[in-house]
Ligand binder design. Structure first.
Ligand code: PEP
Length: 253
């Protein structure tokens, strides 16, 4: 399976000029890579500007969120056909920072289905806020997966990316990120949960990526020991040096 690296810029940078500058440097790097798909998720405000300035085929674009309705009186929301019309081919849904603002599993599921309907690939984020010794967090994750994927057919699941992002590891440093062996266990758990919903042959085609303080210093170990299919990168994606180094590591792995 080809590896994916998704840059979640969140609500950064502050201006379109800075966004274009960052994009330009990442674009150059991405064009040299053979084994990795680079996906940029800039804020909505810059998405159209970046896709317009892009000629070539080595970077794809994702929205950081999307609304499930096709159009109408939904002030502030953005539809799947709108992001698709400006060149996004992926949509992040269920990011923990959206869930913290009130998004439910039912909302996330509606977004997943809306993306699938338009043939835009959902990047479904799941992740527990903390862990407990009784393993209750595993039930929580199972629910996020099962409800997020409700009514997704066995044909369509192949076009979904699962991003496992433990909230306790987000926005910290390498020291606080998940360890490779723990990530490997989580990959097995996610695949087991998926195989309760879909045939095994289909489950093996679903990319499972990791997010939570991925930096150049832990990327290789997480890829090799965690056996992940790529990364969702937050803060390190705003540093050209760090992000491009992560891309190099994933490309070589
Ligand atoms: C994220 O919020 O999606 C994320 C992975 O952030 P960070 O890399 O900063 O932990």
């Amino acid at each position: 399976m080809r590896k994916l690296v998704v840059a979640n810029w969140k609500m950064n940078p502050a201006s379109v000029k800075e966004a274009l500058d960052l994009f330009d440097k990442v674009k150059k790097k991405a064009s040299t890579l053979k084994n990795v798909d680079t996906i940029l998720a800039p804020p909505f405000a810059f998405l159209g500007e970046l896709t317009c300035n892009y000629s070539g085929s080595k970077v794809s674009f994702a929205s950081q969120d999307v609304f499930w309705e096709e159009g109408g009186s939904y002030t502030g929301e953005v539809s799947v056909s709108q992001i698709k019309s400006i060149g996004a081919t992926y949509g992040i849904v269920g990011h923990s920072e959206r869930r913290a603002l009130g998004e439910t599993d039912v909302d996330v599921n509606k977004k997943v289905l809306a993306l699938i309907k338009e043939k835009v690939t959902p990047i479904l984020c799941i992740g527990e806020s903390s862990r407990d010794e009784h393993g209750e967090y595993l039930n929580f994750l199972q629910k996020e997966i099962t409800e997020g994927l409700k009514s997704v057919s066995k044909n369509d699941i192949k076009r979904v990316v699962i991003a496992y992002e433990p909230i306790w590891a987000i926005g910290k440093s390498v020291r606080d990120a998940m360890k490779p062996d723990e990530m490997h266990e989580m990959k097995i758990f996610i695949q087991k949960t998926l195989s309760e919903l879909y045939e095994r042959s289909v489950v093996s085609k679903v990319p499972i990526i990791y997010g939570g303080s991925v930096e150049p210093d832990n990327a290789r170990a997480l890829l090799e020991g965690g056996e992940v299919d790529g990364f969702l990168v937050g803060h390190a994606s705003l540093s050209v040096t760090e992000f491009n180094e992560i891309l190099t590591i994933v490309n070589r792995a």
